[in-house]
Design a binder for this molecule. Structure first.
Ligand code: SAJ
Length: 407
């Protein structure tokens, strides 16, 4: 069985490397962080995801998964490094491909004829071609000539919170720079993917992944915009959406305090950046979703009188996960603290406040928050908050951004 070198041991690279290892492949996982490498080699994990600890432990104990800060020779290289963006002067966002470039160049000493190089990172259209260019340039620099390298883009689509299930059961797209590359990638993923695998070219695969997240972003923006309209017209947006959704061809998503995470709030910008004049709807959707936290802050400030104590229920970027990064809830709590309000944060999935709130908010239990707060702002629809009733919040002002509190 062909061996693998997986570059980037984060939310995508680590589960992917581990599942291949448990299927009997020899896998070298590479990460720039020595502490991540050490953690994984000891069979532990540095990120939170249900059952990932069990998978990684099994992969390491099998002897098939080893982590290192340096790549080595393998038959197949998978690049799963971050593709963040940087803000540009006009408020748009520009992709930062420096991690992909560094990963592509770093494998130049190790690639050999016939190797397959897969880009898994969510990437702007044309990045797989760039990976080929960067690797070839690095080979020239080393004075190496390697023929017959194959390149493909095989984007991940797994949902944080149910990654391990979706890794196996989601359909996949393999887009090759050549048909042979796409076929070889399909054969690789078929070793663990039980769903269908579709072949295409790399550019279509790149845009398909971006399209999936942009589609969700636009649909959430529609719901968020409805929530603004309803606030203005004093209509209950939750009732409105549930009634409209009774139409057989209407399926409106849920409004919230904004869109967080590392994907949906990022990926549409890669399309906007590539085709700004044509991406008016996508850009507006991003702006609508990014503006929602400010609307919530304004609502809370309007409700909070002097000496208000504000309980923020939930800090994670979405329900039932402990990931606080890129979370609109954290952004809102921080703005409330900036405004001089006393902020109590309730986040049952963490034991410490994120940096943005340290020294500016108190992490308390739900019971404590409900006992002390004069204003309650529900920010995340965690299971832990299900069953909260208006009765329990009597005498307090409530801003329920998720439509969760029942009468
Ligand atoms: N959200 C709402 N209302 C909704 C649904 C979501 O406000 O009705 C918010 C969430 O609270 C969260 C954000 O949107 O802040 C994103 O959450 P999510 O669960 O929609 O998506 P992610 O970011 O966890 O994962 C997405 C998924 N993409 C799609 O569903 C199209 C996942 O399949 C991708 O693999 C992942 O991005 C990724 O890595 O690209």
């Amino acid at each position: 069985m062909s061996s693998l070198c997986v570059l980037g041991l984060g939310y995508i690279g680590l589960p992917t490397a581990s599942i291949f290892a448990t299927k009997g492949r020899r896998v070298l996982g590479v990460d720039v962080s020595a502490s991540v490498v050490e953690t994984i080699n000891s069979g532990r994990i540095h990120i939170q995801e249900p059952d990932l600890d069990v998978l990684v432990r099994a992969a390491v104990q099998s002897g098939n998964l080893k982590a290192s800060t340096k790549p080595a020779a393998a038959d197949i290289f998978i690049l799963a490094v971050p593709t963040p963006f940087v803000a540009s002067a006009d408020g748009a966002r520009v992709p930062n491909l420096s991690f992909v470039e560094a990963a592509a160049r770093s494998i130049a000493p190790f690639v050999a004829t016939g190797n397959l190089i897969i880009l898994e990172s969510t990437s702007p259209v044309g990045t797989t071609e760039k990976v080929k260019g960067w690797l070839e340039a690095a080979l020239v620099k080393l004075g190496r000539k390697v023929d017959g390298l194959l390149f493909a883009h095989c984007p991940e689509r797994i949902l944080p919170g149910q990654m391990l299930k979706e890794l196996v059961s989601n359909d996949r797209i393999c887009g090759g720079l050549t048909p042979a590359a796409a076929e070889k990638a399909r054969d690789l993923y078929a070793t663990f993917c039980t769903a269908q695998i579709f072949l295409t070219d790399a550019r279509t695969a790149e845009l398909a992944k971006l399209t999936e997240n942009a589609y969700r972003d636009v649909n959430i923006a529609f719901a968020n915009e409805l929530s603004l309209i309803c606030d203005k017209l004093s209509i209950d947006v939750w009732e409105l959406i549930s009634l409209a959704n009774r139409h057989p061809r209407v399926k409106i998503l849920q409004p919230g305090p904004g869109v967080g995470g590392h994907c949906i709030a990022v990926d549409p910008w890669f399309i906007v950046d590539a085709a700004p004049a044509e991406s008016r709807l996508l850009r507006t959707a991003r702006e609508v979703n990014d503006s929602k936290p400010h609307h919530v802050v304004a609502q809370v400030r309007a409700a909070a009188g002097k000496d208000a104590v504000v309980a923020c229920l939930g800090l994670a970027f979405k329900a039932n996960v402990d990931d606080l990064r890129e979370s609109p809830a954290v952004e809102i709590a921080a703005h409330l603290a900036d405004a001089g309000l006393k902020v109590l944060a309730v986040e049952p999935h963490v034991t410490a406040l994120p940096k943005a709130l340290q020294g500016r908010a108190e992490l308390v239990s739900l019971a404590d928050a409900l006992a002390r707060a004069t204003v309650v702002v529900l920010l995340v629809d965690h299971r832990a908050f299900a069953g909260l009733t208006l009765e329990q919040l009597k005498g307090k002002k409530l801003i329920d951004t998720r439509g969760m509190v029942r009468s």
